[in-house]
Design a protein around this ligand. Sequence first.
Ligand code: FAD
Length: 453
Amino acid sequence: MVMGSVPEDVDVVVIGAGVGGYIAAIRAAELGKSVALIEKHKLGGHCLNYACIPSKTLIHISDVFYSAKNSNQFGINANEVLIDAKQMLDYRLGVSNKLEEGVGFLCRAHGIDIIKGEASFLSSSSLQVTEGVIINFKKAIIATGSEPSALKGFEFNGTDIIDYKKALMLDRIPKTMAIIGAGFVGVEIGTLYAKLGANVSIVARSDLLSGFDRDAVNIVKKRMEAIGINIILNSNPMSYSNGVMALDTGAAVNAELAVVAIGLKPYTKNLSLENTKVDVDVNGFIKVDQRLYTSDPNILAIGDVIGMPMLAHKAMRQGIVAAESSQKDAFFDNAVIPSVVFSDPEIAVVGNISDPSLKIAKFPLTALGRAIAFARTEGFVKIAYDSSNTVKGIEIVSDDANALIAEAALAIEMGANLEDIADTIHPHPTFSESLQEAAELGLGRPVHFFVKK
Ligand SMILES: Cc1cc2nc3c(=O)[nH]c(=O)nc-3n(C[C@H](O)[C@H](O)[C@H](O)COP(=O)(O)OP(=O)(O)OC[C@H]3O[C@@H](n4cnc5c(N)ncnc54)[C@H](O)[C@@H]3O)c2cc1C
């Protein structure tokens, strides 16, 4: 199906309408260029339809459900709290549909031709869409994203061995679920289903959230265990049949569903890159320079398909930069990219917090008024700063870490020092005060925290 008129010649063609691609298309149109956006599946790509938005929608629902059942300390005794999984799924699908419609509206409003189909390159200046539509372009931006990595012996079958997409599309709460992989996807999906009442096991060959600060992970691990999640580390799943997963340690896990969440790999299937000069690395990621150009002078690439970190907001920023870079000098040169694990509590980190040459100020939420009021004192803010007090990294473990980390990212982009954060008035009573308090602590003048000299 072709939506809108099909152009034969365009200034910019964008392949993939995920968060990277549609944003690149909009910015290119804002620059006055003729733009075609090719998508073989759904506008909004994985983020809007299968990943970020669905997972955060379901996490929110699971939080509401779990809080309703576990708020005795506030004097709330809800005897019977029920979840209707079909209604929950309808809601989650409705959110994605609404956002997809919004993307379509914005693209059409900008005069972008949305073409439904699979693009494959014919040369460095032309491509073909499935139906045989041929497009000649001056510049192409590849934004084809990623796909879930498969695990040998645990091939996805869409019924009881599933990937994250299927796991975020269930119309029932399974009694038991085993998640293979303890990265952010496994932790988020495991926590949400555990809160909805499933008996969840997480099996991982290494550590929980490896790569993240242990101080933060230990808090999350404790909470996951309190919710009832069985975390099995340093173990490999060997087989799975009749609802039983056997591990190499000899242990067995009951699970009516096995969710394989061991990572993502770049998606370039059927793009026919061999007809261009585009190079990929050993892992299949498209190689780009700081202007986001591939080794082909007509072709740029952005988002998951060019490598780590595979995050929507990185893809979005690269979408803007690539569109500009296709027309003039522009560089993807952000100092930092924040990352958030939507665990309970959330972990958000930006910049460098592990360099031993940096000093660390750590403010615990046990000393924060709002955290005490909300009974959410398990967490902290850590600021890493250098000898001139310039902020180099910030980590936040708290309920609102997802929102607070933006201030931290801005601070680092602007070259802020501890005084800048400490002397900025932060509203009270909010979790944001913990950033200010951590900065005060770094300056040796804490207000709500006593350090014996
Ligand atoms: C469970 C989960 C939760 C996540 N949560 C978050 C989060 O909370 N925050 C965050 O920042 N990141 C999150 N991510 C990561 C985020 O989803 C990705 O980083 C983001 O979607 C990448 O965007 P993209 O534009 O590069 O690619 P995608 O969103 O993957 O879009 C690529 C698009 O290209 C299309 N396509 C591919 N090949 C072709 C072709 N040849 N022709 C036409 N179209 C094609 C695909 O159909 C797809 O729509 C999550 C990931 C997972 C798995």
